[in-house]
Design a protein around this ligand. Structure first.
Ligand code: ATP
Ligand code: MG
Length: 555
């Protein structure tokens, strides 16, 4: 972990102090508690790195607990995707996967316990009435007319709620705390609601479900969580979290700490918004490479190491902030520059015929990485017809060598890993466009410098016309054109970039098409690409553009 990250995490010294002072007798235990109602995004990655990272650092445990207090149908897909994403990021939860629903029996008993202590009651106010009785921040609430029901009556009513004798919404179980509290969360919050819905874990067993507030801290206590780390919006819930821990016979006493959510410019990080992008087919699913979801970034070619490096470099503070996406992109580039094999692929092909080249294929050995010999070599076929990128050739001989380090008519350029060539003539179509360049190679210049008067302007990439393979490239741009999507109009969909995906055919050197899905390459002078996780095969090669070689967008 970097120095700066170590300095900007306010939770780390708290844990250290808990250990030093002896308040913590056992292990440090944290948890990551996703609600299975969507795929994980980059914000969750920060929470994952924080929770698993701190546990690792202090020799403790981090559990994975699905916060599944809200029954819904489609959750199994999300559960599986979330587990896969956490592991892909490089973390393993302690023990079995947990579900808040594992503890429904215990939560129910604890609700009964509160009723028996005179600290909870069944309330029949309609939601509208209840909201009126609650008051607002500056106006104290007033007691519900059902607040003084007897313990026996409450026990009987709660049992009936559980037996399904009331309609959904007819009544709720509330804690009896303080209707005048300046903290709205303490104005007799809801503990249980009637929801006549099957649950993906517990089936039809329950028709009453605990609220998030009534489940979360108690789940932490059952699992022996010592430091329950959540985002800032739960700060005002902390007194309630502590009230439950104090008023219930829980097996341990966790503490809640809140940190600022991660927001990134040019993107949205809210499952609700991301779900809308999927449901309205603005992207092709949760794992579309344009999505800031972990599975989308994975498919785009981002690496777990780069994501961890990015997350660990973020401040863990008590304020929300917006992080520049360039910071994330920097980490991706650094990792890929170091670890991606080099290859050549031509995106806008221009035919070059080399008049003095041999008729058969010449196989050249080229290194897979300029600095890393251990990454080996590959055989690159050179033939008398090749393709270069159209933007790498010009007839304009006035351009200086410094300005245009590519092929100019009458001048020399080096083909990466192969010969120095000279452009001799051009062939044009009826519109006057160059459709072919006739060139000649300088003998003995593979790995050797030519005589000084033939000094090449630069090095360009190329692919053999006969040996190259056609590949599909999916070129991505940012999904949003605005730094803060929706800031202008109030609707983030107004800032969706209509040109965020471009699919083209390109010509690549043959060695790469046999790669496994999810193999990263630097296509020389073009950018970083990855073979698609789902669609790539040797028969139908598909590569996603991960990111350009340098940051062309920063101001
Ligand atoms: P969303 O608003 O995207 O639906 P959420 O907070 O409802 O997010 P959960 O599944 O409840 O999503 O989140 C699991 C954990 O991840 C929580 O501890 C939550 O605080 C944390 N988390 C969610 N979004 C972010 C974020 N942008 N930055 C940091 N942590 C986050
Ligand atoms: Mg949530």
């Amino acid at each position: 972990m970097s120095e700066s990250a170590a300095n900007h995490n306010f939770i780390r010294p708290i844990i250290q102090e808990d250990i030093d002072s002896g308040r913590l007798s056992g292990k440090v235990v944290t948890r990551f508690p996703p609600e299975p109602n969507g795929y994980l995004h980059i914000g969750h990655a920060k929470s994952i790195c924080l929770n698993f990272g701190l546990a690792e650092e202090f020799g403790g445990d981090c559990t994975l607990r699905f916060d599944d207090t809200n029954p819904a149908k489609e959750e199994q897909e999300y559960i599986e995707a979330i587990m896969e994403d956490v592991q892909w990021l490089g973390f393993q939860w302690a023990g079995e996967v947990r579900y808040a629903s594992n503890y429904f029996d215990q939560f129910y008993d604890w609700a009964v316990h509160l009723i028996e202590q005179g600290k909870a009651y069944v309330c029949d106010l309609t939601p509208e009435q209840a909201s009126e009785y609650r008051g607002w921040a500056t106006k104290p609430g007033k007691p519900s007319p059902y607040r003084e029901r007897s313990i026996d009556e409450n026990l009987a009513l709660f049992e009936k709620m559980k037996q399904g004798e009331f309609e959904e919404g007819f009544c709720v179980l509330r804690a009896k705390i303080d209707m005048a509290s300046p903290n709205m969360n303490l104005r007799d919050p809801i503990l249980y609601r009637i929801r006549k819905k099957a649950h993906h874990q517990t089936g039809d067993k329950w028709c009453i479900y605990p609220s998030y507030d009534f489940a979360h801290g108690q789940g932490d206590a059952i699992e022996g969580v010592t430091h329950s780390i959540c985002t800032l919006e739960f700060q005002d819930h902390r007194p309630l979290y502590e009230w439950f821990i104090e008023n219930l016979p829980v097996p341990s006493k966790p503490k809640q700490y809140e940190f600022g959510r991660l927001n990134i410019n040019y993107t949205v990080t809210s499952k609700r918004n991301l779900k809308q992008l999927v449901d309205e087919h603005i992207v092709h699913g949760w794992n579309d490479p344009r999505m800031p979801t972990i599975s989308g970034m994975r498919r785009r070619g981002f690496t777990p190491a780069a994501l961890r490096e990015f997350c660990n470099g973020l401040a863990v503070a008590k304020t929300d902030g917006v992080v520049d996406i360039a910071q994330l992109e920097f980490e991706i580039r650094s990792d890929l520059n170091e670890n991606a094999a080099r290859a050549m692929c031509v995106l806008k092909p221009l035919k070059v015929t080399i008049s003095n080249a041999a008729d058969d294929v010449e196989w050249l050995d080229v290194p897979n990485h300029p600095q890393k010999e251990e990454m080996g070599q590959r055989a690159l076929p050179f033939t008398n017809t090749i393709y270069i990128d159209a933007s790498d050739f010009t007839e304009d001989t006035t351009l200086s060598r410094k300005k245009f380090k590519r092929l100019v008519i009458g001048d020399f350029v080096r083909l990466r890993g192969a010969y120095v060539i000279k452009a001799d003539e051009v062939i044009k179509n009826d519109q006057g466009e160059v459709i072919e360049v006739i060139a000649s190679l300088v003998p003995d210049t593979v790995g050797q410098n030519p005589p000084p008067e033939m000094k090449p302007r630069g090095v360009i990439h190329w692919v053999s016309a006969t040996q190259g393979k056609e590949v599909e490239l999916r070129l991505y741009d940012r999904l949003f054109t605005a730094e803060a999507p929706g800031k202008q109009t109030g609707n983030y969909l107004d800032d969706v970039n209509p040109d965020s995906l471009q699919v083209i055919k390109a010509l690549a050197e043959p060695a790469i098409v046999d790669c496994e899905p999810e193999t990263a390459f630097q296509f020389e002078r073009e950018g970083y690409f990855v073979s698609d996780r789902y669609d790539h095969s040797a028969a139908t090669p598909v590569f996603n553009m991960t990111i350009g070689l340098r940051d062309s967008k920063s101001k």
